[in-house]
Design a protein around this ligand. Structure first.
Ligand code: TYM
Length: 337
């Protein structure tokens, strides 16, 4: 079970639905960039997960390429990391079926995202929304992943992956699967909606003014931050219970500038919420503008992106196939040489 360079493996992915948010960027991508050199890293666009909601085919393709372009533009090095699209590696669906036979209805029905999404889907809930965490488990287990850098909302899915891997290790031998762990960023693990700061910032928020998208214009970003919900006090301090809006702005700044929350607060001595909102907007614009520009260039060129994705798919397939062989041998399928 040795990896490409004998480093520990990290793997993560984002659904290429709608546009990536500041939550995806701070909760996931920025953390990936920070730790990519210390690990054997796999990052993907999980287009098969996106299929659990109806997608416009043209938009899905466009968003998938733009997501990968954003990873690179944000600093993911395609020469060191394996960058790929989930549907390019058929082994994900293959392992997902096996895991479907080991995951339990009870544990899947406890998944918070399943409960939330199925509540929104009305009566015709796609089966994929229910089995979705098992495809995610397959993503993780296929690459002998040690760490899964994600935002806080994904910890329950990583826990489920651990439970299933341990269950199968109990049945087929302790080294059947590597047991993965979630790797959560210290700040901005849960970026909140700007208008409703008690809810997570999301791609599918009812009111788009509460979410910052990587592709937003500077004017949009400024407008959205100016309208951000704060509270009736006037002091700038961190308390996510009683001051969720202000605390969210402080966390966003801290995640981008790498200052501690205390250092950010110290800069606002004697200043008002208006300053905090405007400066947070400026910091976000400065961070996102070059990423937007480079991502768009990569998508426009396309040849380079195709080359990166072809190499990524080949590397990912090679690792995934080794795992599939190992698992198929263990569980009793006939494996041809
Ligand atoms: P997804 O596409 O909902 O989110 C992608 C990543 O962004 C993080 N994130 C946030 N972090 C902080 N604040 C927020 N408001 C916020 N919103 C989203 C998520 O925690 C996640 O890290 N099932 C996964 C995708 C997936 C995956 C995987 C992840 C599929 N296979 C394997 C890791 C490993 C999902 O739907 O994430």
């Amino acid at each position: 079970m040795t990896s490409r360079v004998d480093k520990k493996v990290i793997l993560s992915g984002i659904q290429p639905t709608n546009k990536l948010t500041l939550g995806n960027y701070l909760g996931a991508i920025k953390n990936w960039v920070r730790i990519q050199n210390d690990y054997d890293a796999y990052f993907m666009a999980v287009d098969q997960h996106a299929m659990t909601a109806r997608q416009d085919p043209i938009e899905l393709r466009k968003n998938t390429l733009f997501s990968i372009a954003c990873y690179i533009a944000a600093g993911i090095d395609p020469e060191r990391c394996v960058l790929f699209v989930q549907s390019h590696v058929h082994q994900h669906s293959q392992l997902a079926w096996t895991l479907n036979c080991f995951g339990y209805m009870g544990e899947l029905s406890r998944m918070i995202q399943y409960k939330e999404k199925s509540a929104k889907s009305g009566t015709n809930i796609p089966v994929g929304i229910f089995t979705y965490p098992l495809l995610m488990a397959a993503d993780i287990l296929l690459y002998d992943t040690h760490l899964v850098p994600v935002g806080e909302d994904q910890t329950q899915h990583v826990e489920l992956t651990r439970d299933i891997a341990e269950r199968m290790n109990g049945l087929y031998g302790p080294d059947t699967f590597v047991i993965p762990k979630a790797h959560i960023p210290k700040v901005a693990a849960r970026v909140m909606d700007l208008l409703t700061p008690t809810s997570k910032m999301s791609k599918s928020a009812v009111n788009e003014n509460g979410s910052i998208f990587i592709s937003d214009t500077p004017a949009d970003i400024e407008k959205k931050f100016k309208r951000a919900t704060t509270d009736s006090e006037t002091t700038i301090r961190f308390d996510s219970e009683t001051k969720p809006g202000v605390s969210n702005l402080l966390s966003i700044q801290s995640a981008i500038t790498s200052e501690s929350i205390a250092e950010v607060i110290a800069r606002y001595d004697g200043k008002q919420y208006g300053h905090l909102k405007l400066e947070t907007a400026q910091i976000v614009i400065k961070e996102l503008s070059p990423i937007q520009k480079r991502a768009q260039e990569l998508v426009d060129e396309r040849t380079e992106l195709n080359r990166i994705l072809r190499i990524g798919a080949e590397k990912a397939q090679a690792h995934a196939e080794r795992t599939i062989k190992r698992i198929h041998e263990r569980i009793g399928y006939v494996v041809l040489d």
